[in-house]
Design a binder for this molecule. Structure first.
Ligand code: PEP
Ligand code: MN
Length: 271
């Protein structure tokens, strides 16, 4: 892949991204979980119950949501950030949440430990350049119709602007098949791990759009060399305001933790 700078020739070792006491990359396999979006304090109390004492070392959750339809729940904005921050503090783990627009950057930065750039903004180059100036790690999700090369160029916008604390996230690409919301591209995981020293994680929740395949896809991601998996969870997925159909229930989540951490240990990683 011509013209790429941040390759294994640049650094022939795995970059470990550090977020407080949380690590991802190298030997560190990271479990990330949380709701699609913060909805209210009852839901977040349920999330706290699900995550307390678990091996999840990074809380995810949206406050400024990039929804496909303007008529669906758009997230609680700043109130959502406060709920997410409180939950992360109670659990004593860091928080990743999305920045959808430069005008929210200062506010989101006040609450987040990791800034997420979502699929829809992977090619928002001004946003990417600004991420290069942030003193926080960035979680960059692959655009839903971006080639691997375009994904790597997007990552290099951030790295070449000054921020090498970067985590890449494969979150599924568009396909012709309506059985799934997207197709988790494990080819990309295998290839990215050969090409780039940055940690690569997988989001099988948005990647498939359905809870019943989240566990097998998570295991496949770990086997393909991913450095972590990020999933959506909800105490009562049937009443979730967004993405309930792909959010793990408390029971499914427990099984997910057990199986995935078991496989990670088998692969010689720490969870
Ligand atoms: C998310 O992770 O909250 C999200 C909106 O995912 P994506 O950007 O991959 O669609
Ligand atoms: Mn979601």
């Amino acid at each position: 892949m011509e013209n790429l700078q941040y390759t294994r020739d640049w650094k022939n070792e795995n970059i470990v991204v550090t977020i407080g006491r949380t690590r991802v990359g190298g030997n560190h396999f990271l479990l990330v979980a949380g709701p699609c979006a913060a909805e209210n304090s009852k839901q977040m109390a349920g999330i706290t119950d699900m995550l307390s004492g678990s091996s999840v070392k990074l809380l995810r959750g949206g406050a400024f949501k990039p929804r496909t339809s303007p008529y669906t729940f758009q997230g609680l904005g700043k109130d959502g950030l406060k709920l997410l921050r409180q939950t992360a503090d109670t659990l004593k783990i860091p928080l990743v949440t999305e920045v959808t627009d430069l005008k929210h950057l200062e506010t989101v930065s006040r609450y987040a430990d990791v800034l997420q750039i979502g699929s829809r903004n992977m090619a928002s180059y001004e946003l990417l350049k600004e991420m290069g100036h942030q003193a926080k790690p960035i979680l960059l999700k692959r655009g839903m119709a971006a080639t691997i090369k375009e994904f790597l160029y997007a990552a290099e916008y951030i790295a070449s602007s000054g921020n090498e604390q970067l985590i890449l996230c494969e979150r599924g690409i568009r396909s012709f098949d309506p059985a799934f919301r997207n197709i988790v591209d494990l080819n990309s995981v295998a290839l990215l791990k050969k090409r780039t020293p940055f940690p690569v994680i997988v989001d099988p929740s948005h990647g498939s759009g359905r809870t019943d395949t989240v566990l097998p896809l998570s295991l496949a991601a770990a086997a393909a060399g991913a450095d972590g998996v990020m999933v959506e969870i909800h105490p009562s997925p049937e009443i979730a305001l967004s993405d309930g159909e792909q959010s793990l229930s408390p029971k499914d989540f427990q099984l997910w933790i057990d199986k995935l951490s078991g496989l990670a240990h088998y692969l010689g990683k720490t969870v």
